[in-house]
Design a binder for this molecule. Structure first.
Ligand code: MSP
Length: 476
């Protein structure tokens, strides 16, 4: 069977901060989609990494009393090892201070320059460090950036500008031709109307900065962090490979849609490079309705949570709790509640009940008719994954789990003996194994443990069940 390639990216994260549950959500979502595609037989390239060339980095290094290089080296390791500890199966981790990235950014800049789309001008305006972007007076609430609750700086300086306005028509035609470019649709509609209202050229360099990628024609300027950061998606594979197969999906949060759905495609159009297939945008993790973020001081580290419960529990909670595209409120109590109800009492208890009874039967011979049970895939599965409605997939799978639990109770299988018990055990074990397949992208470790307990040899047609460790221990 020929394998398809699938290229998926997460955003690259600012190193002014350690990873919190909001960042973990973005990366886990991308990881789940990557795992799903791998299970469909695709050769998956999953790129994540860190965004180091911003003003935030300099400020954070200063604050921690380190030089910028040692600081970024330390932080990049923290990010990488956090994803490793959370079991994120990325295939590449990019840092924007790497030579492969600098070279690609300068090459993209040169292409845009050669197209005549970069010019020099004066910029005077308000700059929000939280956004790493200029912000309009009209976006402020009582003089503060509403997302970062910080006062923007007033900046007047000479900048290089990108002729974004020139790409309005081309962008609109592109959106028309690609109705699924941005999901969910409501956000796509917002972007279309934003572009229809007219685009302004954007500043893409900062003057007299020492940290960042120099403008090839004028090293007294560094390339603006977003023009630099977006190009990481190309640097991760190289220009030639990007053109042959650009990203299938960029997974991002709703705060960075304009960069990905307006500026990024326009940059690629200008540079004569291929456009990505899809931008999938999720909502925020909030706490008491407020976005979780370092600038708001309400972050939660995902590692202790994964250590106390386990990484699959974290994945389950995040992907089940937030409907794709919408916000979801985080609380430790809610996390614990779902863990106990859905995992310990739900899936974990079901597997333990069937395994305990099944173990007493030794080698179980299975008929052709029973084997058919294994070959199914839930009808909603692929379509829901295409639309990234994965919380719906999980809730449908959990309906099947509750039904099975109810069925076991109704049939009182613990009272059965001989063939009657054997037949029920085969049915329930195979239903568990059938559910393990769609569950695998969400709960990879748990599924492995299930498969270790329910071993089916299709050649001999023998099922052997061994009760294993408790999947989700009851935690106080
Ligand atoms: N460096 C830029 C992205 C450049 S991509 C070319 C950036 N970094 S970030 O660290 O601030 O955010 C990275 C991602 O984390 C974004 O997709 C953002 O939406 C996501 N999240 C940050 N806080 C979040 C929540 N509280 N909830 C959900 N996602 C959140 O932006």
């Amino acid at each position: 069977m020929p394998t398809d390639k699938f290229y998926i990216t997460s955003p690259i994260y600012y190193v002014n901060d350690r990873p919190h549950v909001g960042h973990a959500y973005t990366t886990l979502l991308a990881d789940t989609l990557a795992r799903y595609r791998r299970l469909q037989g695709d050769e998956v390239h999953f790129l994540t990494g860190v965004d180091e060339n911003s003003q935030k980095t300099i400020d954070a290094a200063e604050k921690s009393g380190e030089d910028v290089v040692s600081y970024t080296n330390r932080l990049a390791l923290i990010w990488k090892s956090t994803w490793e500890k959370l079991g994120i199966n990325f295939t590449d981790f990019i840092r924007t201070t790497e030579p492969r990235h600098t070279k690609t950014v300068q090459e993209v800049w040169q292409r845009v320059w050669d197209r005549g789309d970069i010019y020099k001008g004066m910029y005077s305006g308000l700059y929000c460090k939280g956004h790493e972007a200029f912000i309009k007076e009209s976006d402020l609430v009582d003089g503060f950036c509403p997302d970062h609750k910080a006062k923007p700086e007033h900046i007047t300086e000479e900048n290089y500008f990108f002729r974004l306005s020139k790409y309005q028509k081309e962008l609109l035609a592109f959106y028309d031709a690609r109705p699924n470019f941005l999901i969910p649709e409501t956000r796509f509609n917002e972007i279309k109307s934003f572009v229809r209202n007219g685009l302004e050229d954007i500043s893409i360099s900062r003057e007299k900065q020492t940290w960042g990628i120099p403008v090839p024609q004028d090293p007294s300027h560094v390339i603006y962090v977003w023009f630099d950061a977006l190009v990481n998606y190309i640097s991760g594979v190289g220009i030639k490979a990007w053109n042959a197969h650009p990203a299938d999906v960029h997974v991002i949060g709703k705060d960075i849609i304009r960069f990905h759905a307006v500026i990024w495609p326009a940059m690629l159009m200008s540079a004569g490079l291929a456009l990505p297939q899809k931008v999938a945008t999720h909502g925020f993790f909030t706490m008491g309705g407020v976005k979780i973020s370092k600038s708001l001081g309400n972050t939660i580290d995902p590692i202790p949570l994964a250590e106390k419960y386990n990484t699959d529990a974290l994945r389950y909670f995040f992907l089940r709790e937030i409907p794709f595209g919408e916000d979801g409120d985080f609380s430790l109590a809610k996390f614990h509640e779902r863990y106990i109800a859905d995992l310990a009492n739900g899936l974990g208890n079901l597997v333990a009940r069937v395994a305990k009874l099944g173990e007493t039967l030794g080698d179980i011979e299975v008929s052709d008719h029973d084997m058919a049970l294994l070959q199914r895939t839930p009808s909603y599965y692929h379509a829901a994954f295409d639309r990234i409605e994965i919380n719906k997939v999980l809730s449908a799978l959990w309906d099947e789990i509750s039904n099975m639990d109810k069925n076991i109770n109704d049939r009182k299988i613990w009272e059965k003996k001989g063939d009657a018990l054997k037949n029920d055990i085969i049915t329930f074990s195979f239903t568990i194994l059938y559910l393990a397949r769609p569950l695998e992208p969400f709960l990879p470790n748990t599924v492995q443990k299930i498969r270790d307990q329910f071993v089916f040899d299709p050649k001999r047609r023998v099922l052997k069940i061994t009760k294993g460790e408790i999947l989700f221990p009851r935690i106080q």
